[in-house]
Design a protein around this ligand. Structure first.
Ligand SMILES: *Cc1c(COP(=O)(O)O)cnc(C)c1O
Length: 421
């Protein structure tokens, strides 16, 4: 499918009068419409709730939009819990799915009334030592081990992942937690990432539903919810077929009726913790071409770099690029699109066919709405960019300012040498 930016050159020109490039831009309309589709797709399940994975796009303005659309948050750290609290999320609107968890984060999560999802059997003791008791609602993360294969080939390798408990440990954990007073149980698993297929959730649901039936039968623990977590993918490449969330919801419903309903478990709530699917396509990184270099290859140097978007450098991930205003021109030039880090992997694209790029052109790097800004860092003393929101009425709001040198130096607050900046 042809990938079109949600922003035009004209709009970018207008924005750059106030906000210099680079910046991440989010599309409120797209975010809301997509969240509504997800809720429609799972409307058959009475207790359904999407807990947005905050780590994907930790911005209070985004969280508030998602809260208005009925989402909760899925947190993995202290500051994500704080941000959720600050945005008005409380109690069972917050899922705390963390691993290698510092005890004080368990304490804070419990203070907020969040549902705690335990990554390991040994965390039962850690949680009990921290709180003095076990909460009545508790969830455990499952890892079936081995290689996780669904219809269109091998998807991921849970046996090699640090997350979750073995099957035996799940049974032990449910028995122990029940003994210690837990009453409402959840089961969680995240077995494959960025799955561009409608089969992942239904396949995962079957694994978890079957486990839930056995757990409830054999331990007597009441399973209240099953958390399919994240992992629903997006088509980063133009040739990829996007997921159909309605087919996914329907696929999960079929398995629910086949496995849970006959076991008398037709009241189990389904939860999701989508991050990428909720925000990925509804964000882009806007950057300007500032140099061109002709050596053994043709380079276009832009004013963004890997600190603004790490996925290409870290995973070799593909992000589609559109030259704003040249959407209809032929892609007859082969470029490496690069940033300014002293790292040769600081390339947004390698050997990419694009229209001829002039200095001053704006490039739209697609699908940066999730795991984009949030993976940013400060290598080479580079500063994080601003984040802007393209609102439903077409106006633009800055939802995070760009970092300044003063922010970068702020942790040297004891050092007078840098005060003058
Ligand atoms: C990262 C993560 C998510 C979100 O994953 P996506 O691939 O962005 O959907 C959800 N739950 C947990 C526990 C995670 O670590």
């Amino acid at each position: 499918m042809e990938k079109k930016p949600f922003v035009t050159l004209e709009q970018i020109r207008e924005m750059t009068k106030t906000y210099p490039t680079p910046f991440h831009l989010y599309d409120e309309k797209g975010i809301r419409e997509n969240a509504r589709r997800l809720h429609q797709a799972f409307a058959w399940n009475k207790g359904f709730k999407e807990y947005f994975a905050v780590k994907a796009t930790p911005n209070p303005f985004i969280l508030k939009i998602l809260r208005e659309e009925g989402c909760g948050t899925d947190c993995s750290s202290m500051t994500e819990l704080m941000m959720s609290e600050g945005c008005g999320f409380s109690g069972k609107e917050i899922m705390f799915s963390s691993n290698d968890t510092p005890p004080e984060e368990f304490a804070y999560a419990h203070q907020l009334g969040a549902v705690i999802n335990l990554d390991d059997f040994t965390h039962i003791k850690c949680l009990e030592d921290t709180l003095g008791f076990i909460p009545e609602t508790i969830s455990c993360r499952y890892n079936p081990g081995g290689v996780y294969e669904i219809s269109n080939g091998i998807m991921d390798n849970p046996g090699d992942a640090k997350y979750g408990m073995t099957t035996d440990q799940m049974f032990q954990a449910f028995r122990l937690l029940k003994e210690k007073g837990a009453k409402h149980f959840g089961i969680h698993a995240f077995l494959a990432s960025n799955t561009v297929t409608n089969d992942y959730y239904p396949a995962l649901a079957r694994t978890l539903f079957q486990l839930a039936v056995r757990l409830q039968k054999e331990t007597g623990a009441y399973v209240e919810f099953i958390n399919l977590s994240g992992g629903v993918g997006i088509p980063y490449r133009p040739e990829q077929e996007p997921n159909d969330i309605f087919a996914i919801g329907e696929g999960v419903r079929k398995v629910y009726e086949e496995v849970l309903v006959p076991a008398g478990m037709g009241d189990v709530a389904i939860c999701t913790e989508c991050g990428r699917f909720m925000l990925g396509p509804y964000g882009c990184l806007v950057t300007q071409a500032i140099h061109e270099k002709h050596t053994y290859k043709e380079y276009v140097g832009v004013d963004a770099c890997a600190v603004n978007l790490m996925r290409p450098a870290m995973y070799g991930a593909y992000h589609h690029i559109t030259v704003a205003g040249k959407e209809e021109e032929v892609c007859d030039h082969k470029y490496d699109v690069v940033g300014s880090l002293c790292e040769n992997n600081d390339k947004f694209a390698v050997d990419r066919m694009l229209p001829k790029i002039e200095k001053g052109d704006y490039l739209v790097i697609h699908d940066t709405g999730a795991h984009g800004f949030s993976m940013g860092y400060n290598y080479n003393g580079k500063l994080r960019s601003a984040e802007l929101l393209l609102k439903e009425d077409g106006s633009v709001e800055r939802i995070r300012r760009a970092e300044t040198a003063r922010d970068y130096f702020a942790t040297f607050d004891f050092c007078d040498l840098l005060k003058k900046f």
